[in-house]
Every structure is written in C-alpha cells, then in structure tokens.
Write a protein that binds this ligand. Structure first.
Ligand code: HEC
Length: 124
C-alpha cells in the first residue's frame, strides 16, 4: 500500500516536471531553423496573415498535440473532420501542404517549442 502510494506520487511528480519544464534552448534554436526553412514563406510570427495565419498566439489557441498533428499532416486533420482544422480550411480557402522534413516527432516538437517561445516574447 505504502509502496503503491509513493509510486503514484513519483509518477505525478515526473508528469508535472515534464509538463512544466521550460523549453530547452537547443530545441527552440532547432525549431527556429526549421521554421525558417519550411514555414516562413507562408507564416509570420506576428498576427499578420501571409499565405496562412500569423502564428503569434497559436500556442494558446491550440494544444501541443494538435499543433504537432497539424504540422505533420494538415490534410489528414481535415479528412478526419477535426473542427478547428475544418474552421481553418473554410477561412483560408487553401490547405497547408503536408511538408517533407517534419515527419520526425522531434522536429515538430522543436518547432512547437520555438512557437511557444515566440508567444512568450510577443506577450511581454
Ligand atoms: C504553402 C504555405 C504553407 C506552408 C509552407 C506552411 N503553412 Fe501552415 N498554414 C498554411 C495555411 C494556408 C493555413 C490555414 C489553414 C489551412 O490549411 O486551410 C496554415 C495553418 C497553420 C497552422 C494553424 C494556425 C491556427 O491558427 O491554428 C499552424 C500552426 C501552421 N500552419 C504551422 C505551420 C508550420 C509550423 C509550418 C512549417 C513546418 C507551416 N505551417 C508551413 C500555409 C502554409
């Protein structure tokens, strides 16, 4: 009993640490480089629309899982009927391409870290 209690506490602490850990600087940097390479031609880091929406504030509009799934395969999200994806499609009329180079989970994680860091900066 005592043992399983402490195990639960340990797991809870590990999850909490994982969730609240600040973005690692190297992830943010790698994400920034990927953003420049793959995303910048269509997205600003402000609220200004380019081809797609400006990405300032996007990490408070969407969850990390949503962002990662979207960046991996926007068409699939639309095909699955995700309500936010359908809303974007309606608004922008063109669909973001499924990009080569962001298939890797780590790559998308670093892009999301970069977007989070950008949101932190923009809200200061
Ligand atoms: C060819 C243009 C193009 C490229 C390149 C592109 N996007 Fe997009 N993106 C769009 C468009 C258009 C939308 C609006 C939704 C849609 O597809 O209809 C969008 C939507 C998004 C959204 C949803 C924004 C919101 O308000 O919820 C995110 C996040 C996003 N893109 C991230 C990225 C990232 C990260 C990259 C680079 C890995 C990228 N995009 C590359 C065109 C692009």
């Amino acid at each position: 009993m005592k043992n399983s209690c402490s195990r639960i506490i340990l797991v809870a602490v590990a999850v909490w640490l994982g969730l609240s850990a600040p973005a690692r600087a190297e992830d943010v940097e790698a994400g920034g480089a990927l953003f420049k390479k793959y995303c910048k031609r269509c997205h600003t880091l402000t609220e200004q629309t380019l081809v797609g929406p400006g990405l300032s504030g996007v990490t408070s509009r969407r969850t990390e899982d949503w962002l990662s799934a979207w960046i991996k395969d926007p068409k699939d999200m639309i095909a699955k009927g995700d309500p936010d994806a359908l809303g974007l499609k309606k608004k922008f009329n063109i669909v973001m391409p499924t990009l080569k180079g962001v298939e890797d989970d780590e790559a998308r994680k670093s892009i999301v870290s970069f977007l989070k860091e950008n949101d932190k900066k923009m809200s200061q």
